[in-house]
Design a protein around this ligand. Structure first.
Ligand code: SF4
Length: 108
């Protein structure tokens, strides 16, 4: 399972740049670039105080299902990278997030 860093502070699951979920889903079925991917588990925090991570320690490693099959780290719709980063520090919607670790297999 990848070590996951996440800069998506507006997400309810984010705590200290980590994710409090046990698993996430990265979207990007036809992705050629990081920009084309998104964190499908993103949920906008309703207020600054609101968090889903209350009392839960954020996860360092988690299971990452991923539909970005053109990525070199994708094996059977699962991420096999050692370490990934989800980016989108000011994301107001899921589409403003991305997997910054996406590397296209055979895109030119
Ligand atoms: S590194 Fe590649 S396989 Fe892993 S989550 Fe990101 S896009 Fe998906």
């Amino acid at each position: 399972m990848p070590v996951l860093d996440c800069s998506v502070k507006p997400c309810v699951h984010n705590k200290d740049n980590k994710c409090s979920l046990d698993s996430i889903k990265v979207e990007g079925k036809n992705a050629d670039y990081s920009d084309d991917t998104a964190c499908g588990s993103y949920v906008l925090r309703a207020s600054e105080q609101m968090t889903n991570a209350c009392g839960k320690e954020p996860k360092t490693t988690l299971k990452v299902a991923c539909s970005a099959t053109k990525c070199v780290f994708n094996e059977g719709n699962m991420c096999k990278a050692e370490h990934i980063g989800i980016a989108g520090g000011h994301a107001g919607t899921m589409d403003e997030t991305e997997c910054a670790s996406f590397v296209c297999k055979d895109c030119k």
